[in-house]
Design a binder for this molecule. Structure first.
Ligand code: NCD
Length: 305
């Protein structure tokens, strides 16, 4: 993987996913035991996070991951960069490359933009979320969280619930989960669950209560208001009643089932406060795992296997 870009989960083999997950788990153990790494693998490297969309978890965890490995970070605020003077994203990226920056971490509203940059640069580009398309490091940290709970993947049943249409998280997870033998189901308002998900391998289900009762993992998604016009959802209270996770629906879950959410959560919409604080919610574990998963990806791309 050294020198390559990390754009999608669709092209990762089962062995590559497993290797990345075991490296992520190693880094997780190091981080959570507050151990210092004996040598700083990425000392002397410089990484530029380019976030054209809002972010808390992804941006901070990439920065934390880079620093943990000894790398330096470019602090470029898009709103204060030459993008404001009309420079294109590609020229901005080429400018950073010309200063011997070692890798770019890119989040942008346009699907395919990180891949376009990767095609036109010789340094690795990491996709930190592109439009509705993919968010591969999120899928990696989600799988790490699932593996910590269940040990293995084959035969697990994961239900994605909510705004599937606009979710790059659901797409990256769908590809990686199928590679690992996980059965993926999807549910939500018919306007927000596109039929093409079936062609991609997911089972679209209508009876949410039954699907929730059969799931090992229920994965809740935020409505992506920033990616849609009005009209997809009739009212918020109707949405949370029909598609949200509240105490009544929680009571249907199997005793070993866990709840995931990539964050940011809109408490009161896709889940109630009780669901957020449910003892088997793993939302904070996901955030914690995000640092380790991103350390593993930076390790792979910048230092080799
Ligand atoms: C997700 C994203 O940005 O795609 N958040 C994240 O990275 N943790 C999901 C979302 O914004 O709803």
């Amino acid at each position: 993987m050294k020198g390559r870009s990390f754009l999608s989960t669709a092209n990762l083999s089962p062995a590559e996913l497993q290797q990345l997950l075991s490296l992520s788990q190693n880094y997780c153990d190091v981080n959570n035991n507050h151990r210092l790494l004996p040598h700083k693998l990425l000392r002397g490297k410089m990484i530029a996070p380019l976030f054209f969309e809002a972010s808390t978890r992804t941006k901070v965890s990439f920065e934390r991951a880079a620093r943990n490995l000894g790398a330096d970070l470019v602090d470029l605020q898009i709103g204060a960069s030459s993008i404001i003077k009309g420079e294109s994203v590609l020229e901005t990226a080429r400018t950073l490359q010309a200063m011997a920056i070692d890798a770019l971490v890119v989040r942008h509203a346009s699907s395919g933009l990180p891949a376009f940059l990767a095609d036109n640069l010789h340094i690795p580009v990491i996709n930190a979320g592109d439009g509705w398309h993919e968010h591969p490091t999120q899928a990696l940290l989600d799988l790490l969280t699932i593996s910590q709970e269940f040990g293995s993947f084959a035969g697990l049943n994961v239900l994605f619930l909510g705004d599937i249409r606009h979710s790059r998280v659901a797409r990256s997870n769908l590809f990686a989960m199928q590679t690992l033998g996980i059965k993926v189901r999807m549910a939500g308002p018919p306007t927000l669950v596109p039929p093409e998900m079936k062609a991609l391998g997911a089972e679209i289900v209508r009876d949410i209560d039954q699907a929730a009762a059969e799931a090992d993992v229920v994965y809740l998604l935020r409505i992506q208001w920033e990616r849609q016009q009005s009209g997809f959802v009739s009212s918020l209270s109707e949405y949370s009643k029909l598609y949200g996770m509240d105490e009544e629906r929680l009571a249907l879950l199997q005793s070993h089932a866990i709840l995931l959410h990539p964050g940011p959560a809109n408490v009161g919409v896709e889940l109630s406060a009780a669901a957020y604080a449910w003892p088997r919610s793993r939302i904070e574990a996901q955030v914690n795992n995000g640092v380790a998963a991103r350390m593993a990806v930076l390790h792979w791309l910048l230092a080799g296997d």
